[in-house]
Design a protein around this ligand. Structure first.
Ligand code: ING
Length: 304
């Protein structure tokens, strides 16, 4: 068996005024708690270093860019990399990435990285399904301006050979789209790492507010089962700057079963032993793509 002991490291609310250093301290404490329980991989949420700033319409680009990282690691995030090296654990986390390209061109992405215990970036993913809207919408109690602050990811859906298995990532809204999981499944992913910031209140359809936790697990469990992969979903949770974010961080087996989950909406670790060989139970049988999938019938799937 290729068993990997994985920790979902859920973060509670991050205040707008909280510094990177303070957040990194919380993340490092979670890493130590996870390591104390034998975790070899620690998975943090989407945009783990800051409050979920797309909830605000911010005119001044300099103020927006203060939420972005221009280098990874940086002085502020280095302590997390050092702790990982000291403890011998790999880790994954999301952050707002600002890239300076030639001729002063600036790119901005909602990014996540998987980092080895030696600080090597094993996998990098830039969020492709950006939810929300681009301009200020006064009718909303809070904004959701990911389409304004980020570009659509340009790295595709990569799957890396890492930690003895095939590992892919997705970010938040990506998990709602079956295409995300199938793109990873077609590359034989055995473990998918997904961070999220999901408000309880969804302004366009408030009648669904009570379903957010159900929809979260529905998407993660379906993605796991339909592609025979382990899935780790990790929340930034709790009442963050007046906005309720769901928790429900969990570790899901290729059968779609939730094998471990967080119970609070604060900083909390949930740990499970994930036998990557168990993916075969699904990938070789009910969802054997080779035996049962009919791609020549699916042409519509890639039409705009
Ligand atoms: N957040 C939310 C998510 O997809 C959302 C946006 C909330 C969409 C509720 C639909 C319903 O989980 C991010 N950051 O994508």
């Amino acid at each position: 068996t290729r068993s990997l002991r994985i920790a979902a490291a859920q973060l509670g609310p991050i205040a707008r005024t909280e510094t990177r250093a303070q957040v990194v301290e919380r993340m490092t404490a979670l890493m130590r708690a996870a390591n104390a329980r034998g975790a070899e991989l620690v998975v943090y949420p989407e945009l783990a270093l800051t409050t979920f700033f797309p909830r605000w319409y911010i005119e001044d680009q300099t103020e927006v860019d203060a939420f972005f990282e221009t280098e990874m690691p940086s002085d502020e995030t280095a302590p997390l990399f050092r702790a990982a090296a000291e403890l011998g654990v790999a880790f994954s986390f999301g952050y707002a990435e600002l890239v300076r390209e030639g001729e002063g061109r600036i790119r901005r992405f909602n990014t996540s990285v998987l980092v080895s215990s030696q600080g090597e970036i094993l996998l990098k993913y830039r969020k492709i399904h950006l939810p929300g809207h681009r301009d200020h919408e006064a009718w909303r109690p809070f904004q959701h301006l990911e389409k304004r602050y980020f570009e659509v990811g340009d790295l595709g859906f990569p799957v890396a050979d890492a930690l003895g298995g095939r590992i892919g990532s997705a970010i938040c809204n990506d998990r709602r789209w079956p295409e995300t999981f199938r793109m990873l499944g077609l590359q034989n992913a055995e473990l998918v790492l997904i961070g999220y910031n999901t408000p309880q209140h969804y302004p366009p359809a408030p009648e669904h507010d009570h379903l957010q936790d159900f929809h979260n697990h529905l998407c993660l469990q379906a993605g796991a089962y339909q592609n025979g992969t382990w899935v780790v979903g990790v929340a930034k949770a709790g009442l963050e700057e007046g906005c309720e974010l769901i928790g429900g961080s969990c570790i899901i087996a290729p059968t779609g079963e939730i094998v471990a989950r967080c119970l609070t909406r604060g900083d909390e670790v949930a740990v499970a032993d994930c036998d990557l060989d168990r993916c075969r139970e699904i990938q070789d049988n009910i969802f054997s793509f080779e035996k049962h999938r009919q791609p020549d019938q699916y042409g519509l799937l890639v039409k705009p």
